[in-house]
Design a protein around this ligand. Structure first.
Ligand code: KG4
Ligand code: ZN
Length: 348
């Protein structure tokens, strides 16, 4: 370990359409966090095409990692750990990141660790951005998750809607998940129904800004287990509300706002219940949907009212990025976790 300059963790994330590499100085200072997306090649298909994603990742991964190291001003020999997303995600895409990480680990004799994508979204909360550094915010205590356990976490992304109870870095219990569509997926599908582009989340958010969230009463379906989620019913309700109609812009705005509001209210209600059932007053949220500003504001207001301490990552750290992979890798490595060259894709 390179203790004179601090511990440098190289993170690699290729679980979906992005190729991302980051250097984080332990415990959570982001030195670089580079993201190359193949999104423009998928847009015309209305979703990510796995073949295209992995092919692009193979092409750009060397450059992205090189650029992340140069930007961080860290030499290859000064990397102390390589942390890579090992799943869940797209098989071919994950294989590109894992193979690259293994090759680098072997060539430079650097420890290697594969981490869970869902968990890394939670650990994005333990990063400090360059901006915070500039403002000299010293939140080192806050950056140490070990001082905060136990807590509840909510991950809402394109692939997951999950409530988890964390008692330690490696003690993460799933206490609720979606029975059908993931939350981000529901945003993407509703955007498609409304004739918007892909990914739908940011487009729904923009359209909803000038809509009336109380205009239409949409509801997320009830679930047998109170902490589970279901979004396919609300998606179908949106589909019926637009069926055989030519919508004016104002009507589209109201539908987008009403849908978004119902989803956010459900996420808040279930997160609060999870905190109550697990007797904790701390909630950490993450994942692409947490980039939604209406969600951030409503969670902030509601959790303040309920006296729940809420944390969410900076907007740019909610969607997929490698800095969150670095920080989770660091904490697991500190606990003694290591992988060898047998590391493989873990789709669960
Ligand atoms: O975490 P993420 O980048 O990738 C996955 O792990 O899936 O999340 C992507 C998802 C997409 O479904 C996208 O539509 C959604 O997050 N998303 C949003 C917003 N930004 C991204 N959903 C709602 N509002 C947003 N502003
Ligand atoms: Zn993700």
């Amino acid at each position: 370990m390179n203790t004179s300059t601090g511990i440098n963790i190289l993170g690699i994330e290729t679980s979906c359409d992005e190729t991302s590499a980051a250097v984080v100085r332990a415990p959570g200072e982001i030195l670089s966090n580079e993201i190359s997306s193949s999104l423009k090649f998928h847009k015309k298909y209305g979703g990510v095409i796995p073949e295209i994603a992995s092919r692009m990742q193979l092409e750009v991964i060397c450059q992205v990692v090189d650029y992340a190291l140069r930007k961080a001003k860290v030499r290859r020999q000064d990397i102390d750990l390589i942390s890579v997303t090992s799943g869940p995600g797209l098989l071919g895409s994950l294989a590109v990141g894992i193979s690259f990480a293994k090759a680098l680990s072997l060539a430079l004799d650097i420890p290697l660790l594969g981490v869970n994508h869902l968990h890394s979204h939670i650990f994005a909360n333990f990063l400090t951005s360059a901006n915070q550094r500039k403002q000299k915010i010293k939140s080192i205590n806050f950056l140490d998750p070990r001082k905060l356990f136990p807590f509840v976490a909510l991950v809402v992304s394109g692939g997951h809607t999950t409530l988890a109870y964390l008692q330690d870095i490696d003690k993460i219990e799933i206490i609720g998940s979606t029975l059908d569509d993931a939350c981000g997926e529901a945003f993407d599908k509703v955007a498609k129904i409304l004739g918007l582009g892909y990914p739908g989340g940011p487009l729904i958010e923009r359209l909803a800004k000038r809509g009336n969230p109380n205009k239409i009463k949409f509801n997320c379906s009830n679930t047998k287990k109170s902490l589970d989620f279901s979004f396919s019913g609300i998606k179908t309700a949106v589909l019926y509300s637009v069926k055989d109609k030519v919508l004016a812009l104002d009507e589209k705005r109201d539908i987008a706002a009403s849908f978004q509001e119902a989803v956010i209210d459900t996420l808040i209600k279930k997160s609060l219940l999870a905190c109550r059932l697990n007797k904790t007053d701390q909630l950490f949220i993450g994942g692409g949907v947490v980039a939604n500003s209406r969600l951030r504001e409503k969670f902030r207001v509601q959790m303040l009212k309920e006296k729940i301490k809420l944390s969410f990552p900076a907007i740019g750290l909610c969607t997929d990025n490698a800095a969150m992979v670095s920080v989770l890798g660091y904490w697991l490595f500190k606990k003694g976790y290591r992988d060898n060259l047998d590391l493989s894709v873990n789709l669960n």
